[in-house]
Design a protein around this ligand. Sequence first.
Ligand code: GLN
Length: 280
Amino acid sequence: MNIQEAINNGQIKLKAKNIKTAELDCQILMSKVLNKDKKHLILNFHDKLLKKHLDYFNILINERATGKPIAYLLKKKDFWKYEFVVNKEVLIPRPDTEVLVEQVLELTKNKDRLHLLDIGIGSGCILLSILKEKKNFYGTGIDISNKSLNICKINIYNLGLIDRVKLFKSDIDNFNYGKYDLIISNPPYIKKYDLKCLEKDVIDFEPKKALDGGINGLSEINKVINKSSYLIKKSGFLILEIGFNQRNEVKKILNNNGFYIKKIIRDLANNDRCIISVKI
Ligand code: GLN
């Protein structure tokens, strides 16, 4: 069988499972199998595949057919300017979350030597992307999951940031270390009963702990804001990712905890996604 035939067969399997990106997914998985870029595939469509490559391709296609996200199959995801290692223990970095990085860089344009805290650091995509841009900033990350901290450590190492990041396994309630100039968090914010409405790829494969925001979707955001008011320096920034319909409720929680709202930023789909506040 040649490359083109294998891709066509893969596409039929994925389409049968209603996977909308069937063609692209097959190309990406074939690139992984052959360890070549997409251009190579297209130029060599008629090359015969070795059995070991065809077998590996079919394994990946069968996994993708169950809904397993491409990022988990590749064990990596591009975010901002970098490639992050991921596995099922961490949420896959979303393009919408790049808004947080952009905003932090804008807010800290003329600032030096800031200490940042990332609450629920996961893969590390937010904090590590910022530290790559700001060479004299320092970061602390906490997470409740040891397994996700292990992934984060790999990313810290790969990005050459071991000297500037500290990690702690802790939930936010029990974390009392340090005072920070800036705090970022993309906490779980989906209402428990809305979880089942998320896309199958998300809810069947991504860590529920990173998505489940309790009955009203605000339980983790609430804890993050509450604790941040103690961990943040006066006039420090708190930058949160929020759900598209949480703007007003989150504003209230922030105000009640001594923060004023500086800006609310929309994501690529024009939904409210990021709220920037300042500690009074
Ligand atoms: N944006 C994510 C999703 O829609 C949710 C992330 C979160 O709860 N922090 O799947």
